[in-house]
Design a protein around this ligand. Sequence first.
Ligand SMILES: Nc1ncnc2c1ncn2[C@@H]1O[C@H](COP(=O)(O)OP(=O)(O)OP(=O)(O)O)[C@@H](O)[C@H]1O
Length: 704
Amino acid sequence: MSTEEPADTAPPASPEPPAPPESWEPGERLRTTSLPRRITAAASLAARAAPAAFAAHALLTLVTGTAPVATAWLMKLVVDNLVQRGPLSTLLGLASGLAAVGVATAMLPQFVQYLRGELDRRVGLLTQDRLFTATGSFIGLGRFEDPRFLDRLRLAQPSVGMNPNDVVGGVLSVVRAVLTLTGFLGSLFLLGPVMAVLLLLSGLLVLAAEISLSRRRARMIWEVGPVERREFFYNDLLSSVEAAKEIRLFGSGGFLRARMLTERRTANAAKRAMDRRDITVQAGLATLAAAVSGAGLVWAVAAAQRGALSVGDVTVFVAAVGGTQGALATIAGELARSHQALELFDHYLAVTTARPDLPVAAEPRPLPVLRRGITLQDVWFRYSPGHPWVLQGVTLHIPHGKALALVGLNGAGKSTLVKLLCRFYDPTRGAILWDGVDIREADAAELRRRIGAVFQDYMHYDMTAAENIALGDLTALDDTPRLRAAAVRAGIHAAISELPRGYDTLLSRTFFMTSDSAPEPGPSTGTGTGTAPPSEPIPDTAPQPDTSPAGPSTGTGTGISTGVEFSGGQRQRLALARAFLRDRCELMILDEPSAGLDAAAEHEIHVSLRRHRQGRTSLLISHRLGAVRDADLIVVLSEGRIVEQGGHAALLASGGEYARLFALQASGYRDELQPPSVPLHPLRTNPDSDTDTAPLPTTTTGDR
Ligand SMILES: Nc1ncnc2c1ncn2[C@@H]1O[C@H](COP(=O)(O)OP(=O)(O)OP(=O)(O)O)[C@@H](O)[C@H]1O
């Protein structure tokens, strides 16, 4: 139990826990990778994603760089031979060469474009895989509560435009333009060195201006990132079915729309300012380029008139001036684009190379099979140094094989304690021991394999019923009897069986089932996967009735999804089934497992839970004290401290907080009705029976 500490004071002196290896403190500028490392990383990603396409793309891109110079020189030779009336065979040879280069110039860009597209797709796939593998590997939840990290994560996503191939493509385009530039500049130096120097200087000016612009653009993108993320948030709200009810009822649509548009206007203003700067600088640069090439043309014509240049020389000169300026403009443009791509790629690298968010043991200690129990030793916790203490010196033992109930007012710290048990966060001070092993020293994935849980804010997935359950233990994805047993235990099997496609019914109306868009309507297909091709065998888990509320139609061509919406209570039962799928887990955590259920369903679920808990270690959190009265130990938490613990009868007798809350709840029923002498709902005795659940009243409350 805790000592009496004022709510916001520091915990008593004890050794500081090891600091996480890297903190992503909000507001802190995050680590960036050097430009050469970014370019190397992008190239190696592209080479790994599609080695052949990468090599062919690089080769062809470079070849296309030499084509304009070859064309200009062949043209000069043709013109000079024509003027000097050279031999026909030479002329024909040169003309054929010119034609061949022309064909290559016309064809190669198409191949390069195709290869670029293919590389984009493959690199996009690989980066997306790596990005989400990285975010999935964070042990804790802290990063997902850090706005700065979330901004980076958004910018790092291929869907927002991040593609390492843009870096590679940009670098290759720059190299190609440099090849072209070198060829033309060499030609110019031969014909008019002053002009070549002038062009080079104006090109360098363009380059400097473009790089400065791209820096500003990258900064602008970073600065409007949070604005756009808020805009997406309002956007999501306005297009989500979950929010649609409240928005319509409270008439808050206009308010939210105004907020969304304000964010858009803010982002637009930043982009407009950038575009104006862009256009001013670009117009100045274009004027300079036109003036330089105009002066060059005048000089070349005058030189030809004096006889210093041949007619062919003038054609090469004109082509070289145009080619040089074009190549310089390409280099500047590609550098600007690559710079932007490099900035986005930096976000990707920062996310994918981030060190673990919580300390990871170099050599994880094996977690023993739970025999003694789980102990919290003087656990202090706050979500960050800027947040108040949520747990203040909690010392608690959850004995093996026993059911412990945690009760307390809203905000007492119950769910936080659950999150620490699952190691989503580490205690700020103190330790949690699993049969004597500090869970920080064990492998987090191993710890979580031993735990089954229903969280207060449980998830519902827009997937099939089978998938919604199987996500609790993916080894059961194709194991229909296991899925069914879990559903029976959670009292949701009957409701699933009545769905148009039983366990294969999509529990969402926001997507089509695969077969909704199939050319031929047909019977149910696939086992437990909404994405299964129509030719897969039909499972025997569910009838395919014509009597279902949603009808038997596969919806082909109707434009209407045949998915089904479950009620809040039914969704909660699905979440329970998901937890029950882990029937071999060593610790079962149930955080408000029946909050969304009606009275009969709650009663039934608690009988089932009691049966399921027997002989298992479990932690049950509930505000309905009637549901926890038969727990082996009831612990009362208040403001992050344990204020009472004991059995139901002892706690009632002691007349403390538990007794007060219990009396308060009981008084709500006492005066009105005598409790029914028989259960509200007839309960079957065989938990595995198909008909375990007689039709339950469905609820419309308690949805997440
Ligand atoms: N991710 C978070 N970041 C910062 N503070 C948090 C976070 N989650 C919870 N809190 C704060 O921690 C305190 C305890 O929250 P917790 O969810 O543990 O309470 P609880 O006892 O489960 O409450 P309830 O009965 O309402 O579910 C609350 O003051 C809450 O505001």
